[in-house]
Write a protein that binds this ligand. Structure first.
Ligand SMILES: O=C(O)CCC(=O)C1=CC=C[C@@H](O)[C@@H]1C(=O)O
Ligand SMILES: [Mg+2]
Length: 368
């Protein structure tokens, strides 16, 4: 294929419910949507998961737009590409900026799957026809509000409940949840809110039979997590610390993590995500697919990735209606009784709702 035409759009979509983590609260999702067209007119879609501000990692919507416009698109336009795995090689001279790279690579995977007349899941080697899904709940105003929300999602059949923790909102919260929901698969995501000195406090979480504690320590740490894991019975899951297969290898070899949260954007795209999946499978490390409050396009990519065999834990890919009054795909991603049916049509398996896209677009630019 040869990509001959790319359009970047800045979309602003209002979240159904504000999302609060140990870093703060946001009510809108601003993100870049990338539309790529090849010489035959096949159109593929990719979504940047970079937030408006650099709180999750160093990338932002603006840095992504800059990297795409000034470096990545010029490397891709009118270049002969035989397989999407070539994109990460083309981008190898560009340091980091994984979310920007992933945005364009995802669109190329979509085009490739359409041109080989297979679902994106199949193109990645996935075999599942439905995936188990969990749900991630931001920090709530009160424990009572949190219990009510968890109760709602458990009744909807979500297979795993993920809650945020931070100093002052941790042991008591998890104890109350466990008392109310003794049999639900539950995990905590700390988003790096703790230090190794907090080990004794984090050890108290062992009492609640959590499936994992996600990213308790610094977002660029692997060493201290290996020390902490020796002190905890609960498995540590790394998210922000893992940017590549190399990071995953080092973390696994050091015993820093027993589970890995794979996010396509964080690791630079589907090709690297698949490499991490395969390495973890060969080393007995289960993985699951994390979320970044994606629109239906990013959500569709997450569904396809989760069909790979070692995605054995429910991820954060909840249904579209959890996030948006109206998504930008048709049909929307639907989670029913904790499962999402995997689309079998060619490409990402969902059609774009152009009217919805245009209604949320606040800026756009075309590149030929
Ligand atoms: O997309 C979802 O529903 C999951 C969102 C989510 O839990 C996160 C998104 C971004 C940063 C964090 O707050 C958290 C995570 O680290 O997984
Ligand atoms: Mg996380």
């Amino acid at each position: 294929m040869k990509i001959t035409d790319i359009t970047i759009r800045h979309l602003q979509m209002k979240l159904k419910a504000p999302f609060t983590t140990s870093f703060g609260t946001f009510t809108n999702k601003d993100f870049l949507l990338l539309e790529a067209k090849d010489q035959d007119g096949t159109i593929g879609w990719g979504e940047s998961v970079a937030f408006h501000s650099p709180w999750y990692n160093e990338e932002t919507l603006q840095t992504n737009w800059h990297m795409l416009e000034d470096f990545l698109i010029p490397l891709i336009l009118n270049k002969e590409i035989n397989h999407p795995d070539e994109v990460s090689e083309i981008f190898a001279p560009i340091r980091k900026n994984n979310m920007a790279k992933s945005t364009i690579e995802g669109a190329i995977w979509d085009i490739y799957a359409q041109q080989t007349n297979q679902s994106l899941a199949s193109a990645l080697g996935g075999k599942k026809d439905k995936i188990e899904v969990g749900i991630s709940i931001g920090i709530q105003k009160s424990i009572e509000d949190l219990v009510a929300l968890v109760d709602e999602y458990v009744k909807e059949g979500y297979k795993r409940i993920k809650v945020k923790i931070k100093p002052g909102w941790d042991v008591d919260v998890m104890r109350t949840l466990r008392e109310n929901f003794p049999n639900v698969a539950m995990m905590a995501d700390a988003n790096s809110a703790y230090r190794l000195e907090d080990a004794e406090l984090l050890k108290q979480l062992d009492e609640f039979d959590l499936t994992m504690i996600e990213q308790p320590l610094a977002s660029d740490d692997i060493i201290d997590h290996s020390q902490l894991q020796k002190m905890l019975n609960t498995p540590i899951c790394l998210d922000e610390s893992i940017h590549s297969l190399e990071d995953a290898r080092k973390a696994v070899e050091l015993g820093s993590t027993k589970i890995i949260n794979i996010k396509i954007g964080r690791v630079g795209g589907l090709t690297e995500a698949k490499k991490i999946h395969d390495y973890c499978e060969a080393n007995g490390i289960p993985v699951w697919c994390g979320g970044m409050l994606e629109s239906g396009i990013g959500r569709a990519h997450n569904v396809a990735l989760t069909t790979l065999s070692n995605f054995i834990l429910p991820g954060d890919t909840a249904g579209s209606n959890r996030y948006w009054e109206k998504d930008i795909i048709l049909p929307e991603v639907v989670a029913a009784n904790g499962y999402i049916e995997v689309p079998q049509t060619a490409g990402i398996g969902y059609a774009i709702d152009r009217e919805a896209v245009e209604s949320f677009t606040v800026a756009k630019k075309n590149y030929k």
